[in-house]
Design a binder for this molecule. Structure first.
Ligand SMILES: *[C@@H]1O[C@H](CO)[C@@H](O)[C@H](O)[C@H]1NC(C)=O
Ligand SMILES: *[C@@H]1O[C@H](CO)[C@@H](O)[C@H](O)[C@H]1NC(C)=O
Ligand SMILES: *[C@@H]1O[C@H](CO)[C@@H](O)[C@H](O)[C@H]1NC(C)=O
Ligand SMILES: *[C@@H]1O[C@H](CO)[C@@H](O)[C@H](O)[C@H]1NC(C)=O
Ligand SMILES: *[C@@H]1O[C@H](CO)[C@@H](O)[C@H](O)[C@H]1NC(C)=O
Ligand SMILES: *[C@@H]1O[C@H](CO)[C@@H](O)[C@H](O)[C@H]1NC(C)=O
Ligand SMILES: *[C@@H]1O[C@H](CO)[C@@H](O)[C@H](O)[C@H]1NC(C)=O
Ligand SMILES: [Fe+2]
Length: 440
């Protein structure tokens, strides 16, 4: 007969025996979507820890024949920069010729293992369509307070895409990339259903942003550092503000992005393009303006992102003039763990449409700072006396919703998770004209 002590000992060792059963290293995980920028396309990205013979997505129309179609893609080996040099196989498959606005079900993997079944709706390619977004930055592995609400919102179909404005996981490279794995598993519950579009933040800087570049699949062959895409009546530009701060990775990146951005804005402003997609929206991690009570760059007049740097050789241009001169309508930022809405602003000056209706035909871009999704660094405080460009502030955890209704109307609202989903701020931006000339 086993003594109580022996039984106790065996029971206490049980977890060790369980751990000895190895996971299936070819099992797909961390499934997420992104929009490659071509009407009728969707990209699916996932991870395995062993190589598989192929990377396959099987999919079909919702309610149609299950897995009627098959698409194949590519695998890249990602070796994390940490001491263990952990290997991850990142699988990418692009689906093409999807029926616009149709719902699909899919799974991904290979003969050596398949994911759960997920669903998405292909983006409607009409420029008169009104896409809906969730927007936030600074969501971590620990304390991702808004995640549960975002999961439900997404799964009931409230969003057509999500914009994550930098700072993921805190930090993806930690524990030899395991924190990145865990974060990507956490967001699968939203990112496997709608395109999850990103830009890099300072928390991604390890090993030259390698976890960011390898784990996401953004359009434009720039490893997700800067790119643009069209949806509804909007042209959305994603930027790296981090190139202004991590000069060791290459000062030339500031100039490369600037030149690319200038060309992209010129193209978007060609009369036929601006007529079809009048809204130009940018997203970048570190804001040009903010009212937070910390030592961040945006608290100073001379923010690098706004005015550039003169301590580099050659001096590096900032972004405020370039965006203003090309009539950018809306600029989305994060990094500050708060929500802040600004009156239309350029050059530290407020340019309301009118005093009664500041956002009706605003005479400068509108800025929103939304970095309060929740992370281990908690909240940031505000200064007691904000500048006159600051219109609304909240330290609640939460996120922003946006709908680009049509060529003249764009709606923004702020959801407070602390207040159980209450909408604590909302505006309509109304523009009868777009472009540089609309400022006057
Ligand atoms: C599979 O992956 C595991 C974990 O990364 C690794 O230890 C093992 O060597 C790999 N096996 C093969 C055959 O690649
Ligand atoms: C796979 O890689 C090849 C070569 O780089 C490329 O031509 C092809 O388009 C890729 N396929 C997918 C589905 O991304
Ligand atoms: C796409 O959006 C347009 C504009 O809202 C709408 O008229 C059209 O019916 C939509 N297409 C589909 C397939 O739902
Ligand atoms: C960092 O990454 C960028 C973009 O991939 C690349 O152009 C640059 O050369 C890299 N810098 C270093 C120091 O490796
Ligand atoms: C260079 O930038 C600093 C702040 O970053 C500013 O104080 C200084 O006036 C600038 N110098 C010139 C010559 O523009
Ligand atoms: C902009 O509009 C707001 C709201 O009406 C007002 O409080 C603020 O003073 C205006 N700012 C300027 C500079 O006109
Ligand atoms: C644009 O959308 C707004 C808000 O939904 C609506 O009031 C307006 O009539 C629409 N304009 C056109 C031209 O459809
Ligand atoms: Fe940040």
């Amino acid at each position: 007969m086993l003594s109580v002590v022996t039984v106790g000992l065996l029971l206490s060792l049980a977890p060790l025996f369980v751990l000895c059963v190895p996971p299936i290293w070819t099992q797909p995980e961390q499934v997420h979507l992104s929009y490659p920028g071509f009407p009728g396309s969707m990209e699916i990205t996932w991870t395995t820890f062993n190589e598989t013979d192929e990377s396959v997505v099987e999919y079909g129309l919702w309610g149609g024949q299950v897995f009627e179609f098959t698409a194949k893609g590519n695998t890249t080996l990602f070796v994390d920069g940490g001491s263990e040099k952990r290997k991850m196989y990142i699988h990418r498959v692009t689906l093409n010729d999807l029926r616009p606005a149709a719902a699909y079900v899919y799974h991904c993997g290979s003969k050596a293992g398949w994911s759960d079944v997920f669903a998405f709706t292909a983006l409607n390619k009409s420029s008169s369509w009104s896409p809906r977004f969730a927007i936030y930055g600074d969501m971590g592995n620990e304390n991702p307070q808004s995640l549960a609400r975002l999961q439900k919102d997404t799964q009931v179909g409230m969003y057509d895409a999500i914009l994550h404005v930098g700072d993921f996981a805190y930090d993806m490279d930690e524990d030899n990339g395991r924190i990145g794995d865990e974060f990507m598993r956490q967001i699968e519950s939203i990112a496997a259903y709608v395109p999850y579009m990103t830009c890099p933040g300072n928390h991604e800087s390890a090993y030259n942003f390698s976890n960011y570049k390898n784990r996401f699949s953004m359009p434009g062959r720039t490893e997700g550092l800067w790119y643009s895409w069209n949806v509804g009546s909007a042209h959305i530009i994603s930027l790296s503000t981090e190139i202004y701060f991590f000069l060791d990775y290459g000062l030339d990146l500031i100039f490369k992005q600037y030149d690319w951005l200038k060309k992209d804005l010129e193209e978007a402003n060609r009369p036929e393009n601006r007529a079809e997609r009048p809204w130009i929206i940018t997203m970048g991690h570190r804001p040009m303006y903010c009212s937070d009570n910390d030592k961040d760059d945006c608290t100073t007049f001379q923010s690098y992102v706004r005015l550039g740097r003169n301590d580099t050789n050659p001096p590096a241009p900032g972004l405020e003039d370039l965006l203003y001169l090309h009539g950018v309508d809306l600029e989305l930022w994060a990094h500050e763990h708060t929500y802040e809405r600004l009156w239309p602003v350029y050059g530290y000056k407020v340019f309301n449409g009118s005093v009664d209706e500041p956002y009706v035909n605003p005479r400068a871009p509108v800025h929103i700072i939304t970095g309060s999704a929740g992370c281990r660094e908690k909240h940031d405080p505000f200064v007691p006396n904000p500048r006159d460009w600051s219109a609304f502030r909240s330290t609640d955890y939460g996120y922003t919703r946006m709908q680009v209704s049509n060529s003249t109307h764009l709606y923004l609202e702020q959801v407070s998770d602390d207040q159980f989903g209450k909408v604590i701020d909302s505006i309509w931006v109304v523009k009868e004209k777009h472009g540089f000339s609309s400022w006057f």
